[in-house]
Design a binder for this molecule. Sequence first.
Ligand code: SAM
Length: 241
Amino acid sequence: MVDFHILTLFPDMVMQGLHTSILGRAVDRGDIAIEAVNIRDFTTDKHGKVDDYTYGGGAGMLMQAQPVFDACQSVIDRIGQDRRRRVIYVTPQGKPFHQAMAKELSMEEELIFLCGHYEGIDERVLEEIVTDEVSLGDYVLTGGELAAMVMVDAIARLVPGVLHNEESAETESFGDGLLEYPQYSRPEIWHGKRVPEILLSGDHAKVDAWRLEQALLRTKERRPDLYEKYMEAHDLYNQRG
Ligand code: SAM
């Protein structure tokens, strides 16, 4: 069971995106919990302001330390002391997010995501509360909400019970270091294209061997970096020549 807390200026956006389909049902069953905390609710500014100009000049506004700190503290105060927690600032300056990181985070108990906006967040509060800085990729978004939603989705589906057929997360792309093999559904022939004969054979060993071969081929072609890592890790260069 993982509790996700998302500190944001746009709670509706986050909740609408995450409380649907598989994750929505997982929340309803109690396999995970997701809440959005509105940072603006914690400002002490009488006009409800949460941002101000940056010292030293330059374009754009910066989220101030006080409301971010108090919003985060309000979550920490509600979490039991014995619960394992991480506070993740989503930022283009963080470590790139990947499946192994999602797996590791899915074993935590409390994950607090901090979403920046405008030019970002006052560095002093980041120094005090953040345990991890994570990036969605080498590009700049207008806010952290989409990044946090992507990460919550990828992490939540690895929490036991969220995907009913647990096997599906293991055989998927990156689960074993390879991209997944191609898949087919009914009908057997569509637009003149046949489903590969072996998948209709009922011979599970042959199907598994074909799938591994396809996964290797696909990974070699599309992600040579992953292919190399896989081959080295499994000592397959020597075996295959
Ligand atoms: N001034 C910041 C910089 O140059 O690093 C970018 C600020 S960005 C416009 C506003 C917010 O969007 C950030 O505080 C962060 O929370 C979020 N964000 C933008 N790009 C992101 C990315 N690639 N990954 C994760 N979060 C991102």
